[in-house]
Design a protein around this ligand. Structure first.
Ligand code: AP5
Length: 226
């Protein structure tokens, strides 16, 4: 079962992907996290992408498709992949389809997380992340239970992303509407699109996604049985 979480910056893709990893043993493939890791380690590619990411623009298809290909090759036997922040262009969507079909593990579902743009500024400017395990929090919507201590790993260091400013968010949103939102129509036309209300509480969104993932798995089992 392979799932795409689709939505604008701050829609909650990373938050929900981590829950699917914990609850279902899926593997999260976040191109944003991969690019940030490359940037932190100072690789040549990391240096190339740093400016692009800070500007809120998209990194080239060639780079991100290469990153995804590498990860799929490394983990052929997992229960499923959750694609978080990928694909973001039609070229990336086509490449993903080819890669998954080549593995004999086609895409199971595409879940659009629909949110109101006005909510996104508050979400991204209030976001912080555990520096040890990557758990994602929010100053008001989702703070740690004990101030300054990560609920998941007990870590005490947190980071904020360089591109989580209001100005960068506006550019990221522009990129989303120009290049990524056409994927909603693309997957709808393929009969693969489902939508959840991303404005609901985190646990309610998780329940809606769990229902869809359950449904998509049973559809696939039924199709296999025919
Ligand atoms: P990436 O890291 O993918 O960022 P993004 O898509 O902009 O999405 P975010 O990570 O900002 O948001 P999210 O939807 O995961 O929300 P989250 O769960 O954290 O990409 C960064 C950059 O890398 C791009 O701009 C681009 O340059 C490059 N890049 C990456 N992939 C690429 C690709 N495929 N092609 C080209 N370039 C690429 O939640 C946000 C906040 O809201 C958190 O604080 C959270 O606690 C809170 N929250 C979550 N859900 C809820 C809820 N239901 N209610 C209230 N608060 C909530």
């Amino acid at each position: 079962m392979n799932i795409i979480l689709l939505g604008p910056p701050g829609a909650g893709k990373g938050t929900q992907a981590r829950r699917l990893v914990d609850e279902r043993g899926f593997v999260q493939l976040s191109t944003g996290d991969m690019l940030r890791a490359a940037r932190k380690s100072g690789t040549e590619m990391g240096l190339i992408v740093a400016d692009v990411m800070d500007r809120g623009e998209l990194v080239t298809d060639e780079i991100v498709i290469g990153l995804i290909r590498e990860q799929l090759d490394l983990k052929p036997d997992v229960p499923g992949f959750i694609f978080d922040g990928f694909p973001r262009t039609l070229a990336q969507a086509d490449a993903l389809e080819d890669l998954l079909n080549g593995m004999g593990r086609p895409l199971g579902a595409v879940i659009e997380m629909r949110v109101d743009d006005d909510a996104l500024v508050a979400r991204v400017t209030g976001r912080f992340t555990c520096a040890s395990c990557g758990a994602v929090y929010h100053d008001t919507n989702h703070p740690t239970e004990q101030e300054g201590v990560c609920d998941e790993c007990g870590g005490t260091e947190f980071t904020r992303r360089e591109d989580d400013t209001e100005e960068a968010l506006r550019r990221r949103l522009m990129e989303y509407y120009k290049k990524t939102s056409p994927l909603i129509g693309y997957y709808y036309a393929k009969g693969m699109l489902s939508t959840v209300d991303g404005l609901a509480e985190i646990t309610a969104v998780a329940r809606a996604i769990a229902d869809l993932v359950g449904d998509a798995s049973s559809d696939r089992s039924a199709a296999r049985a025919l």
